[in-house]
Design a binder for this molecule. Structure first.
Ligand code: KG4
Ligand code: ZN
Length: 338
């Protein structure tokens, strides 16, 4: 019999379920929550309620799309953390109920390990995957870190943000421009029509492999303020150039550190993951850099960059092979570390 893992991701504002069968992705279903747009950010209480509404139909669709029945599922994997506690509780409780009903094991998954192992999500048998050790940069709304991955479950953080995450920098700057949430994709789109050299923004001088984005956010805010005093239509008239300049600076910061990490560790297997890995400028420039530096680059498919259950499923699958199951008493951990 095949090993069929049902995976649940509910750490933030997307409810997702996926099926991984013998390491191959059969389905990946996602319900986006649009309720947060009007608030300019995720409202935790509303997120939990939406997960509660979405989780049953999302799971049913994932099982159906995979051509399976509930009795075919070997184990259920779920995100234990980090994330919003109420949202994590919905996924965790669902996993326990399903596991008890089906008499199958549950497998807790660290959301960050999901992003890190997302290059191992395969939709067919013959897709290339990184070999160990590889270096990966996780860039999401909550995290920015560079990690050496020595094996599936042997990872070490060698650089991380000391304040805001890269995605947060996108989201906060977009918010002060009045662009809506999440800001990353909106800035990405606007930046395509702008000149990135219009505004010069400061780059942090943080030693080693750590990142900082809060100074950039503040500098961006002051740039807007100073100019709005002179011209109240400043943002509207310059939004493409502002987006392009901001985006260039963020990508410069990210790639500068990644290149340094690759040099220092002498690792040429390189991957990226997390929502900001969907960014078109980052993808374009890392591809050029990889060629120049002779990296073996793994760019995730777009639907595996932002939060998704497929990445939880692949971690669940490798844990299943080790029989690394969780106790039914397990509780979510909003601040779970890597
Ligand atoms: O990984 P993710 O879905 O959730 C977290 O674990 O945080 O990442 C969400 C983040 C948000 O900050 C969003 O603005 C950013 O990813 N993002 C992007 C793009 N698409 C999503 N940032 C830049 N460019 C994009 N195309
Ligand atoms: Zn994430």
């Amino acid at each position: 019999m095949r090993t069929n893992i049902l995976a649940i991701e509910s750490s933030c504002d997307d409810t997702s379920a996926a099926i991984i069968s013998d390491g191959i992705l059969l389905s990946n279903v996602l319900a986006n929550q649009t309720v947060h747009e009007q608030y300019g950010g995720v409202v935790p209480e509303l997120a939990s309620r939406s997960h509660q509404q979405n989780i049953v139909p999302v799971v049913q669709t994932a099982i159906k799309n995979a051509g399976l029945k509930p009795d075919d599922i070997s184990a259920i994997a779920f995100t234990r953390g980090p994330g919003l506690l109420g949202s994590l509780l919905v996924g965790t409780s669902f996993a326990k109920g399903f596991a008890i009903a089906q008499k199958i094991p549950i497998i807790e998954v660290n959301h960050l390990q999901g992003h890190i192992l997302s290059p191992f999500i395969k939709e067919t048998d013959n897709e290339r995957v990184p070999s160990f050790p590889f270096l990966t940069m996780t860039v999401s709304g909550g995290h920015t870190q560079i990690v050496i991955v020595k094996d599936y479950f042997d990872m070490k953080i060698i650089g991380h943000t000391i304040d805001d995450a890269a995605g947060e920098a996108y989201d906060k700057c977009a918010k002060v421009m009045g662009l809506g949430y999440p800001g990353g994709p909106i800035i990405d789109k606007l930046a395509k029509q702008g000149n990135p050299l219009t505004f010069e923004l400061p780059k942090p001088k943080i030693r080693g492999l750590n990142f900082s984005f809060s100074g950039l956010k503040t500098a961006f805010l002051y740039l807007l303020r100073d100019n709005i005093k002179k011209n109240k239509n400043f943002i509207e008239q310059n939004k493409q150039n502002l987006a392009a300049s901001l985006q260039k600076t963020i990508v410069d910061i990210l790639l500068g550190k990644l290149k340094r990490a690759a040099n220092e560790t002498n690792i040429k297997e390189i991957a990226i993951g997390g929502g900001v890995a969907a960014n078109s400028e980052l993808r374009k420039r890392i591809t050029v850099m990889a060629e120049k530096e002779q990296w073996n680059l793994f760019l995730p498919k777009l639907n595996f960059t932002t939060d998704n259950a497929a990445m939880i499923g692949i971690v669940g699958y490798y844990k299943y092979l080790k029989k690394d199951f969780s106790n039914l008493k397990v509780t979510p951990d909003a601040r779970l570390n890597l």
